[in-house]
Each structure stands twice: as C-alpha cells, then as structure tokens.
Design a protein. Sequence first.
Length: 281
Amino acid sequence: MTITNGESDARLAVSAVRAGAAVVRDLYGGRLARHEKGAGDFATEADLAAERAILDVLRAARPDDAVTGEESGPRGAAGARRRWLVDPLCGTLNYAVRTRLVGVNVALRVDGETTAAATADPFTGEVFWTDGTRARLSTGDGDGTGGGDSDDEEKLTPSAASALVDVNLDPPFPNAPAFRAPSLLADPDFIEWFRPRVVSSTLAVAWVAAGRRAAYVTDGHLADSVHFAAGIALCRAAGCTVTGLYGEPVHTGRGGLIAAADPGTHTALLAMVRRQAQKGT
C-alpha cells in the first residue's frame, strides 16, 4: 500500500496521541503533584509525563520537525515549515478532581496549514483523526488510519440533531466587553434553539465533527493553538462550518471560534454572537 506524506503524518499523530493517552489513563486517580502556572492554571505530573511520551514518539519519527508543547514550550527553528502542536492533557482541572472528561491533542502545521491531527479520549479509547482530507474515528488499537487489523473505524459525520452546543466559559475573554461567552447563554434565541453544555475540554470540538454536538463556541487567540488546532482540523475535514466569532477566517488574531455541524446552525450562532457584541459595545 502506498502511503502519502499526509497519511504518514496522520499515522504518526495517532501514535503520538495514543502514547499520551496511555500515560493519562495509567496515572488517573493517583496523588499527583501540581505545578502552578499562575492565574489559577496548573499542570499535573500526568500533563508532564504525557507530553514527554508524545514528544518521544514525534522525535523518533521526525527528528527535524519543530514542536510546541503546552508544558515545554517551543523547540526548533522559529520559522520552521513543519511544527507539531502538542496538548498532552486538555481538561487538567477535570482530571485533577477525577472527572473523565479530557482529551489529548496533537496537530501538525505545515506552512501555516494543519495537515494532520488527532484527538484521543484516554478513557474510551477513541481516537479522532484527520490527514487534512479525511476525518475518521478509530475505536480499535491498531494505527487508527485504516491499516491495522484491530482497527474499528468510521467516518466522522457532523449532525446538529442533538441541539447541544458547548460554550467555553473559561477566561480570558479577549473580545470583552463587546462579547463575553457567558452572555451567549442568556440570549433568548439560544435558549429557544439550543441546549448549552460546558465540558471544559477541547474533546468537545472533536464531538462536533463526530455528530455528538451541534456546535462549539469559544473566545480566544487561536493562532497555532495547541488546544484547538486538532479539533479545528477535524471539523474542517468532516465538513463542518468553521469560522472565527464574527465569521472571519479561523486562526486569525483574537477571533475565537464557532465550529458548527451545518451552515444553518452556524448562521444562527453567528447572529447571536453579533447581537451580543452590539449590546456590549
């Protein structure tokens, strides 16, 4: 079987998130030291160990690639064409209080475009992955890209049928005071059309691609974000409608994110966000 560069990178992303997920799963429930980052944010030993496991996989296969890890920061040339973005444990606070709503994210940016990405749920064994074109879910223990005998794989198919929308309520809110994510939940149209959810992990972005959520909304600076690059790539490859908060291209400035299962859901949320922003100015 001929393997393209994109598919090969996707295989590597799957292997990397599986390595990180195994560490997160193995250390779950233990007494873990916290490493304070300031402003109420912290990492646990599981974050650090999972990142080391992921970096080991990436370095062994792509020693010349640059990497940015959430915990270890950027490595490699600042202007590198190829850069891996690593979020070893998204949902650290959930994890620290023994709530199994976390994700492990790995994405590859080549010349500014995400060409391969994977998000793993350590506790279900699911891996959501894309090679930049296809978007798939692997629930087996093979390589996750259609080549392993033990893969159980399906196409990611977005759907707005659930009407569930995850809204990220964690600060900072760089678009405030014009827009604050919590204000969206009080919009009369939001209450009529949707049902809010707050997972506090970017695992929920992958759920939009998989049809488990109608949409995901967040404020924030998302350019080369270790947290959001994988989920955005999954949603795009699955055929979701993905923009910044005001309809602008995603990954630009402080524009945040609206990732919706279909154009109708996106249009409705975009109108609500714009209305909230007009009230806030």
